[in-house]
Design a protein around this ligand. Structure first.
Ligand code: PHE
Length: 402
């Protein structure tokens, strides 16, 4: 699927598992989170400030761990598996640093073998055992094994997903992790899990206030394979609740795997784009990738909470497409085809009609919203994009256009 030499020793072009399109591959190493004048970098620095000023015990920070990780349980891999062979390779002059460590996206954080997040539909596979990390939790176990006890890991994460203003296949997360010892919770008289859960919520509520001042937020109970109990924090934004982070008390098995027998820990994973959208009033997640000066010039180092002034919104163009789907059809695959053709000119893909006929055939109708953030699109170019989408959908997705 891609032909960059960068991966030549790891991936064959014809590896059937590889589902990383060039558009995604080209995002590796961009490291928006390391740009001090970019909203993602500004928010990262503000979070660092919060931890520095509120915690006497330092949180170590990691921000250039490789996004290329394994699905496997690292403790059973031979040391420095093939991933390490990528060390020091360059991709379009951007260094994707790959250290000697090997990180595991799934096994080491107890993601079950049949969990949907492992599917080719949800995750970008470089080959059958190598993925673009879908969360910064991929680094937890290895950093623990390396002896780190309190840390923040920031990086780009990759997920196949639907298309709308808050979803983009590459985004940034910050993982927080803190290990406690009996002396920490004994003093409180509380059970260790309760102690960690309360400390975690207090920490994140304080962080939300540090970033937003007064903001409406709520906790929602949820499930993650690596934490119990688990929670999500949602923030009220543009008349809706927006999930901005997941967190919880780390499963004992993860600590024990790393030789921690008498401890408890909490972990969280923040979505930096989502936080930045709320904080800077950024209406569309695609803007984070824009080089347009009208976007980039609005943000300055350390300037938190400047409200983004939208440059005039250019008109949207709506196109519908209907087809009979086959069993293998998925919306993520469809979105990937659309994004592959239209790139950041696609704003949203929405299922607007679905029905099954007497023969049992199911038809879907999707509305595609095309809109550039930088200029007006011409009818001609939108028609051209739509016709390419129609061709490609038919060719790649085994559907019958109507
Ligand atoms: N990894 C989770 C996600 O990406 C977030 C999370 C991190 C949840 C740490 C619990 C603990 O959704």
């Amino acid at each position: 699927m891609f032909t960059f030499n960068f991966f030549a020793d790891v991936v064959r072009d014809d590896d059937p598992t590889n589902n990383v399109p060039d558009s995604i591959f080209s995002k590796l190493g961009m490291q928006l989170h390391r740009r001090d004048k970019h909203p993602i970098g500004i928010i990262k620095n503000a979070i660092y400030d919060y931890f520095e000023s509120n915690y006497a015990k330092k949180f170590e920070t990691f921000e250039d761990l490789s996004p290329i990780v394994t699905t496997k349980q690292v403790s059973v891999l031979p040391p420095y598996s093939k991933l390490a062979s990528l060390t020091g390779k360059h991709h379009e002059d951007r260094r994707v640093s790959v250290s000697n460590r090997v990180f595991s996206n799934f096994d080491d954080v107890l993601v079950p073998a049949d969990h949907v997040s492992r599917s080719l539909n949800d995750t970008y596979y470089v080959d059958s055992q190598t993925v673009l990390r879908c969360h910064t939790s991929a680094h937890q176990a290895e950093l623990l094994r390396d002896g780190h006890r309190r840390f923040l890991v920031t990086g780009d994460v990759y997920r196949r997903d639907s298309i709308d203003s808050t979803h983009y296949p590459v985004f940034h997360q910050m993982e927080g992790f803190s290990v406690f010892s009996p002396e920490d919770w004994n003093e409180s008289g509380k059970d260790s899990t309760l102690y960690a859960a309360e400390d975690l919520k207090k920490c994140l509520e304080g962080l939300a206030r540090h970033l937003f001042g007064a903001v409406e937020m709520r906790w929602v109970d949820t499930y993650f394979p690596f934490t119990e109990p688990s929670f999500e924090l949602e923030i009220y934004f543009k008349e809706d609740w927006l999930e901005v982070l997941g967190c919880g008390v780390t499963e004992q098995r993860i600590l024990k795997q790393s030789g921690l027998e008498n401890n408890v820990a909490w972990a969280f994973g923040l979505g930096l784009e989502r936080l930045a959208m709320v904080l800077f009033d950024i209406p569309d997640i695609r803007l984070f990738w824009s080089d347009d000066e009208r976007f980039t010039s609005q943000f300055g180092k350390g300037e938190l909470g400047v409200k983004f002034k939208p440059f005039s919104k250019y008109p949207p163009c709506y196109k519908d497409i209907s087809f009979w789907i086959s069993e293998s059809f998925t919306e993520n695959n469809f979105c990937e085809v659309v994004r592959g053709i239209a790139g950041d000119l696609v704003e949203e893909v929405k299922l607007i009609d679905s029905f099954t006929n007497k023969k049992g055939m199911t038809s879907h109708c999707y509305r595609i919203v095309f809109r550039s953030m930088e200029r007006s699109l011409t009818d001609e170019e939108v028609n051209d994009l739509q016709s390419k989408v129609r061709d490609e959908v038919q060719r790649k997705l085994n559907v019958e256009l109507r």
